[in-house]
Design a protein around this ligand. Structure first.
Ligand code: NAP
Length: 291
């Protein structure tokens, strides 16, 4: 796909493990279509080697890289600057080279919002219900606040973790918007919302018969409810299948994955990303995985 020569510039992703990462396929397809002399490589990195790897990358003049589990938080002290979004979320997924060191941001917010901005809705009248309080949930909370949602309900199965989560927003502009609830409030809250977002891994391959909430059992659902599941394997999840049966609008996790990658590429290349090509590369790969 890419002709590597003495002028080829380096991009990549760090994480551990990386064997299932779809980013190299998606990003290298984009690079090929743009006919740029770049290559995007997977770099499996152990936590104890992170600092050393970053110094090495800087010396090698890498243009930038993505960051995934388990380095999204631990990388922060090694970066010379991070955006406000990354600070609030407490995690970085995109890093780029500058004269003053590595700078980082989190493009999951842009990725999450992208499919919602294409829907005609007055978001200032929507109070979303978010399942889960992990890393992705933080990006979703900020995304919902950016859309203009006045209040954001967040549900967790562990009340102690929920308390810590709520406290972690204390010094942010989103503090007053976030309302934490224990899991048993779910049926009641689902009946009143127009946007339900699953940020838990429940229903993800190989546990495809699981769902965080059995929508079939909930009778009083608003007909204009949007059900958004961040999971992209399988497509659709059981949650989304049940929503489809009820005639509800559904969004799976593919678009978020594509758009967060597109935003990262734009930061590195300073030009628009070929989103359609990236989406197709990802879908081809996901379909192959099902066969
Ligand atoms: P994470 O940090 O591990 O957080 C997972 C959250 O789900 C935690 O709050 C966890 O609660 C909760 N949870 C797990 N099992 C549960 C259950 N049985 N019932 C209720 N809550 C449960 O994971 P993450 O990084 O946020 O990722 C979460 C999901 O989002 C994954 O499926 C991931 O693939 C997906 N994701 C997709 C994209 C995309 O681009 N489409 C991006 C990021 C993430 P406990 O702490 O109590 O376990």
């Amino acid at each position: 796909m890419v002709d590597i020569n003495g002028k080829t510039k380096l991009l990549g992703i760090i994480g551990n493990p990386l064997s299932h990462s779809l980013s190299p396929i998606m990003q290298n397809m984009a690079i090929a279509i743009l006919q740029l002399n770049y290559v995007y490589l997977p770099f499996p990195v152990k936590t104890e080697n992170l600092e050393e790897v970053l110094k090495g990358f800087y010396a090698l003049n890498l243009v930038g890289f993505n960051v995934t589990i388990p380095h999204k938080q631990t990388i922060i002290p090694f970066l010379s600057q991070i955006t406000t979004n990354a600070q609030i979320i407490g995690a970085v997924n995109t890093v780029w080279h500058t004269d003053t060191g590595w700078h980082g941001t989190n493009t999951d917010i842009d990725g999450f919002i992208a499919p919602l901005t294409k829907i005609e809705r007055d978001w200032s009248k929507v109070t979303p219900v978010i399942l889960g309080i992990g890393g992705a949930s933080r990006a979703v909370v900020v995304g919902c606040a950016k859309l203009g949602c006045p209040e954001i309900h967040v549900l967790a199965r562990d009340n102690k973790k929920l308390e810590v989560f709520e406290q972690s927003w204390a010094n942010t502009p989103f503090k007053s918007k976030i309302k934490g609830h224990s899991w048993n409030k779910l049926p009641e809250l689902v009946s009143t919302t127009e946007l339900l977002i699953n940020t838990t891994p429940v229903g993800m391959y190989p546990n495809i018969k699981e769902t965080p909430i059995n929508l079939e059992e909930i009778e009083t659902i608003k007909p204009n409810l949007i059900v958004y599941d961040l999971i992209y394997n399988p497509r659709p999840t059981l949650l989304l299948k049940q929503a489809q049966k009820k005639g509800l609008m559904i969004i799976d996790g593919v678009e978020m994955l594509v758009q967060q990658g597109g935003k990262a590429l734009e930061i590195w290349l300073q030009q628009p990303a070929p989103i359609d090509v990236m989406r197709q590369a990802l879908l081809n790969q996901l379909n192959m995985n099902y066969e």
